[in-house]
Design a protein around this ligand. Structure first.
Ligand SMILES: NC(=O)c1ccc[n+]([C@@H]2O[C@H](COP(=O)([O-])OP(=O)(O)OC[C@H]3O[C@@H](n4cnc5c(N)ncnc54)[C@H](O)[C@@H]3O)[C@@H](O)[C@H]2O)c1
Length: 406
């Protein structure tokens, strides 16, 4: 099958690679530089599985039918299936997702290939697919929520926790076909690695319900993060041992000992924006929790900043701008919110972030990537996630990372 994937970020690239095991995939990017890199099998993002797959292609040990281009018209024209993985940022003025990049891809597709099946993989507001059907007078559009984690993007598509496709009854054949394409990609790697096939639950739901599934799933995760963070705030204020409380609470199997590591707040590209979009969808619907989970993240960062400021530091060091230790991007990372609060009080902040060039200025703060100079200058070092590197300056470190994960 000839498949075109619009967007080569975490979602688009991992899907393109997954599908390119068995099909001819053209990926569309907006920059020549990225296309050129990908066509030399160099990943523009840090992702262990994508990097492994590309290394195997370069070594002639694996075949992937993937080509990346900036020629959108040609890519859409030749496609038998178009998968859209463009960004949907939350617009703080409109209080809604900016879906213009998804619409761009739909319009460009319809202009050259009006009948091709379109699957939206971007996260969209509840009710969006219906609005697209109406706006463009089309029926051949599905929505399939994506559940991958950044830096484990291809891994999560090779080992999906579930596959959800949003479709109407008369679109069942297309929905099954798309679910089968994803399953086929996961099975291809299992077979290659000699693994037993895992059971992968597939759910075909109404498109609006599928959109809600994505936003409610991410909001649940945000609630859980906020819950353990507020537990930690309480314990810190009352001088209690957070780890003991969490351990005891999580011994209840209904709660479970996973995804319970305190942090400076939930962050990354999706949780902050998806919770806000769900809250926007709740307009006129009674609720307390959805609004609370959005506010809770801000209250947590206020608390963390206050803890730091109470130490009266002259210089605060930021150890990594990223959310997780194995991540290479810092979109909406919680530490930036804490930084902003500290900077607002006029305290000097410097950053250690090896993915940025030394001496770069980020949020008006200098990046100091010389470890010795960085650690000597700081009175306090903030780390959302602890790292071996911090062991030698442990006395200066402020972190709420209890378990070294999540
Ligand atoms: N990152 C995640 O962990 C994750 C997980 C699940 C769902 N999602 C959702 O998937 C979508 C994409 O997320 P991402 O993290 O891959 O984004 P990203 O920013 O990493 O990548 C988006 C890609 O789309 C390209 N692009 C921008 N405008 C375009 C256009 N008009 N036409 C074609 N391509 C265009 C960009 O150049 C970029 O390559 C978002 O809606 C996001 O909410 C993301």
């Amino acid at each position: 099958m000839k498949i075109t994937v619009a967007g080569v970020g975490y979602v688009g690239l991992s899907l393109a690679v997954l599908l390119a095991q068995n099909h001819e995939v053209t990926a569309i990017t907006t920059t020549e530089e990225k296309a050129e890199k990908l066509n030399r099998w160099i990943s523009p993002i840090r992702d262990e599985e994508i990097e492994r797959f590309f290394a195997e292609v370069r070594a002639g040990e694996r075949e992937l039918h993937l080509h990346t281009t900036t020629d959108k018209a040609a890519a859409y024209r030749s496609a038998e299936l178009v998968v859209i993985a463009a960004p949907t940022n939350y617009d703080d003025k409109e209080h809604y997702f900016d879906t213009s990049a998804v619409e761009d891809a739909i319009e460009q597709t319809l202009a050259v290939n009006p009948d091709v099946l379109i699957v939206i993989k971007s996260t969209v507001p509840v009710g969006y697919t219906d609005s697209v059907r109406e706006k463009y007078g089309i029926d051949h559009v599905l929505f399939s929520p994506e559940f991958l984690r950044e830096s484990k993007a291809l891994y999560d598509n090779l080992h999906p926790s579930r596959i959800v496709v949003g479709a109407y009854d008369h679109q069942m054949e297309d929905a099954r076909m798309f679910a089968d394409l994803l399953l086929e990609g996961a099975r291809a790697e299992e077979t290659r690695a000699g693994q037993e096939p895992q059971e992968i639950r597939t759910l075909i739901a109404h498109p609006t319900e599928a959109e809600a599934i994505k936003l409610f799933a991410n909001t649940y995760l945000a609630v859980r993060v906020s819950y353990f963070n507020e537990l930690d705030t309480y314990a810190q204020m009352k001088g209690l041992n957070t780890a003991q409380i969490i351990e005891g609470v999580c011994l209840d199997p209904r709660i479970g000992g996973h995804y319970n590591n305190p942090s400076f707040g939930y962050g990354g590209y999706c949780l902050p924006k998806d919770t806000k979009q769900l809250l926007a969808n709740y307009r006129d619907v009674p609720q307390m929790m959805i609004e609370a989970v959005v506010k809770s993240n801000s209250v947590r960062k206020d608390f963390i900043a206050e803890q730091i400021l109470n130490k009266n530091p002259e210089t605060v060091g930021i150890y990594r701008l990223t959310m997780k230790s194995n991540s290479d991007n810092f979109r909406a990372s919680a530490i930036q919110g804490v930084m902003k609060r500290i900077l607002d009080k006029g305290v000097k902040v410097i950053i250690y972030e090896p993915t940025l060039e030394a001496e770069t200025v980020f949020m008006d703060c200098v990046v100091e990537n010389d470890w010795k100079r960085f650690s000597e200058q700081c009175d306090v070092i903030l780390a959302n996630r602890f790292d071996e590197r911090l062991e030698s300056v442990k006395d200066k470190v402020y972190t709420r990372d209890l378990y070294g994960r999540d």
